[in-house]
Design a protein around this ligand. Structure first.
Ligand code: TPP
Ligand code: MG
Length: 324
């Protein structure tokens, strides 16, 4: 994309790396048993969040599903808010009450993660309706997995959003699996999510979800029309989660064989962080030493935040039934 400046490329790379390292550090920490919230890591899928959120304004809002950390961080949610939330601390973005699958930060337009499949599409459609009724120039984004696309609420949302030409962007992270089920046992051969969206008159694009440039480019080419009343858009982003469905383990550590190791390895070769860093070097924007020093800085930053989160207070037990 010619209209991406060198500075934007560097900041996208740093964002990918910051999200990757935050989740990797959290995954290691999770093994100690100090975090009790069910946690779905998005390691390997970062380019979707960074590419999409890079095209949004502060006034735009994001809803997402259980695999939520990448979207929360990419929309501007604070790493401390995330880490303290996973540790159940008062300073967490949901005051330690929500956990990984109920993150909220209204100050950055992150209206929330929900573990109920299909919820994000319906909620984003509702926000988009409100924007249209209030004549606001904002758009709503729903992130969801390809498994959620089989939910009735997903189809209802597409239909309603297209009928009323709502400013909503549906972003499907197609990582080929829903828990342990591959697409082949869930849908007839040849099913296309883009064709499904087209059946509802929703414009759609399939993109390489491990290439932050491709995702950002798709958003840039569709968002203005979506924002100004041309109707909803669906982006199908092809990607792959590296860890188990829920929890920090690699499949092989848990003796799970439903995803072949060779398949994981082929996707790891398409690592979105490495690809973005490799491009910085091949385009002459940065050197390997720059990448190494950013990595060291980000590691220090996240390790410090983790320690601060551990040192921060628990919720006062007398407040535990507030806001329920
Ligand atoms: C309505 C509903 N049905 C079932 C579940 C149980 N469930 C949790 S995650 C999941 C699979 C989701 O797969 P996908 O949407 O592809 O997202 P991914 O985990 O691959 O990111 C299922 C079936 C749920 N949370 N909500
Ligand atoms: Mg999936």
């Amino acid at each position: 994309m010619s209209d991406i400046t060198a500075d934007m490329r560097v900041s996208q790379y740093k964002e990918l790396l910051r999200i990757r390292r935050t989740e990797e550090i959290l995954a290691e920490e999770y093994r100690k048993g100090t975090m009790r919230t069910p946690t779905h890591f998005g390691i390997g899928q970062e380019a979707v969040a960074v590419g999409v959120c890079g095209g949004l304004n502060l006034g735009d809002v994001v809803y997402t599903h259980h695999r939520s950390h990448t979207h929360y961080l990419a929309k501007g949610g604070s790493p401390f808010g995330l880490i303290a939330e996973l540790l159940g601390r008062e300073g967490g973005c949901s005051r330690g009450r929500g956990g990984s699958v109920h993150l909220v930060d209204r100050s950055v337009g992150f209206l929330g993660s929900s573990p109920v499949l299909g919820h994000s599409l319906a909620l984003a459609t509702g926000s988009a309706l409100a924007f249209k009724m209030d004549n606001k120039p904002s758009i709503a984004v729903a992130f969801f997995g390809e498994g959620a696309f089989d939910e009735g609420s997903a189809w209802e949302s597409l239909n309603y959003a297209a009928t009323w030409k709502l400013p909503v962007m549906f972003v499907c992270e197609n990582n080929l699996y829903a828990t342990e089920s591959p697409l082949s046992v869930r849908q007839p051969e040849g099913t296309s999510f883009c064709e499904r969206a087209n059946a509802f008159k929703v414009k759609s694009q399939r993109v390489d979800g491990n290439d932050v440039d491709a995702v950002f480019g798709s958003v840039k080419s569709t968002i203005d029309a979506c924002r100004s009343g041309a109707g909803p858009v669906l982006l199908e982003c092809m990607t792959y989660r590296w860890r188990e469905h829920v929890g920090p383990l690699w499949d092989y550590e848990a003796n799970r064989t439903f995803r072949p190791k060779a398949e994981l390895e082929s996707w790891m070769e398409k690592c979105p962080v490495k690809r973005s860093g490799g491009k910085l070097i091949s385009m002459g924007i940065s050197q390997q030493s720059d990448l190494d020093s950013w990595r060291a800085d980000i590691n220090d930053e996240i390790e410090n935040i983790l320690q601060n989160a551990y040192d921060s207070p628990w919720p006062d037990p007398s407040t535990l039934f507030e806001n329920i």
